[in-house]
Design a protein around this ligand. Sequence first.
Ligand SMILES: [Zn+2]
Ligand SMILES: [Zn+2]
Length: 238
Amino acid sequence: MQSALHLIYPSQCISCRDLVEGDNALCGKCWRDTPFISGLTCDKCGTPLPGDETGEDILCDDCMTIARPWTKGRAAILYQGNGRKLVLAFKHGDRLDLAHPAGQWLARIAAPLLDSDTLIVPVPLHWMRMLKRRYNQSALLASSLGKATDQSFCLDLLTRTKRTRSLDGLGRDARFQMLADSIRVNPKRRHRLIGRKILLVDDVMTSGATLAVCAEACLAAGAADVNIVTLARVAKDV
Ligand SMILES: [Zn+2]
Ligand SMILES: [Zn+2]
């Protein structure tokens, strides 16, 4: 059945639509053009850092100066070039099919942060924005990651209590200010979080303000620990 389907609908590169071997794959050129993060990275946000891995935890300049209420963080790709193009297609271009390969990429980097008790939780989207966009891309990533790793996930553990305008273009302090108190643990789901390790999932990490507010909400509600993974990290000068 699968091979018959391939004769009718050959697999296409998820980025440029060229024909490729296997489903949900990038062609060789797009793979090379997509800035997957590897090597030495910041232990809190996943930004690539110069130098070799030493086995010791190391932080980027941002994570040394900004409060990060979570323990560890990783990112799959840099938010630039083809990485940015894929994230934008996923977020605003109705390319929901990208959730599957993105979940595989997240599974690879999230592996060291997971144990049998970890609960995977997406950063929430306000329902008004959800109506406009029709889906929460972070929830799609969280469920795809949960399925890829056979790990439990809860898509409505966190909710937005007030609508925040888009954070694009705002400075760091303005972002943190805007988000304060905007995220709550869903009282109906709180029992799932108590005493557990939470892995927060978001599509893009810019300042980290949203993730910080989510992590604080989880810890205040009784989570034992919080780690984060993002599909893409906006890095300043790499
Ligand atoms: Zn391609
Ligand atoms: Zn960092």
